[in-house]
Design a protein around this ligand. Structure first.
Ligand code: TYD
Length: 252
């Protein structure tokens, strides 16, 4: 018996009531979108909501959420130029580590994993925007993740003309992130400061990808935050019920 199972037993007579709800095989929910679309805020919001329903949930962010990932993130955000392939390999290394260290063990334990960026970010940024070969990226994504595909991918879609102006109003944070570990220095604004065309290509990439698989939920990010959150929760609720979570879980 491992430590956590023991901890759950120690609740004694109350253990059933206090045990968090899990889903066989786990559930992977990813958030995607360009800069400044409010992705991290919405991921965080969903995390707290699912926790409030008693669902065993964790959240993570790419690149980051591991020591290796944080170092890679800092390096990439400072580097002035690296080849699209080198950049892709670094993101994939961070991803492989996060999968090994956190995501796969959590899914094996039946948790809901909310991941802020995943494989589709590499396709959109290093593929569509930086011109990297899409087939190579897809192969590398497959290797880094051992083929784990999200059950749901939330794409927050916004015209970059609007999203980039949001960022310029928040100079000290990246993309409106509320996580203090992700506050960046001025010299770490590499992706945000690239020309509008770069960001338009990212958006085009995401929208094209979203038409190819049913796991995508495209949500307009120009609505009030609570409306975006409601739309996301509706999709997540449907998914979790399909995966065996009882409807009564979502009653407040
Ligand atoms: P960061 O501030 O960590 O996050 P975010 O924009 O998600 O709030 O910035 C990470 C940057 O790295 C962001 O500009 C997107 C980019 N990125 C890629 O280019 N490829 C990838 O595979 C991933 C995961 C991120």
């Amino acid at each position: 018996m491992n430590g956590i199972q023991q901890e759950e037993m120690d609740f004694g007579a109350d253990s059933d009531r206090m045990k968090k709800k899990t889903v066989a095989g786990g559930v992977l929910i990813t958030f995607e979108g360009g800069e400044g679309v409010g992705k991290s805020t919405q991921a965080e919001r969903l995390f707290h909501k699912l926790q409030s329903f008693g669902i065993d949930t964790i959240q993570a962010h790419e690149p980051g959420s591991s020591d290796l990932g944080n170092n890679i993130r800092n390096w990439i955000k400072r580097a002035n130029s690296s080849s699209p392939l080198a950049e892709t390999l670094l993101f994939e290394a961070a991803r492989a580590q996060l999968m090994f260290e956190m995501i796969r063990p959590a899914l094996d334990r039946g948790k809901v994993v909310i991941l802020d960026r995943y494989t589709d970010s590499t396709v959109a940024y290093q593929g569509y925007a930086r011109g990297g070969d899409l087939k190579t990226i897809s192969k590398l994504n497959q290797i880094a993740t051992a083929g784990y595909i999200p059950h749901l991918t939330v794409l927050l879609d916004l015209d970059p003309k609007i999203s980039l102006s949001r960022i310029s109003n928040e100079p000290s944070l990246f993309s409106g992130s509320i996580n203090p570990s992700r506050v960046d220095d001025e010299d770490q604004r590499r992706f945000e400061d690239l020309p509008l065309k770069f960001h338009e290509n990212i958006r085009r990439g995401y929208l094209e990808m979203s038409k190819t698989e049913s796991r995508w939920a495209v949500i307009r990010a120009d609505q009030a935050g609570h409306r975006v959150a409601d739309a996301i929760l509706k999709r997540v609720r449907r998914l979790l019920i399909e995966r065996g979570v009882s409807e009564s879980t979502f009653k407040v």
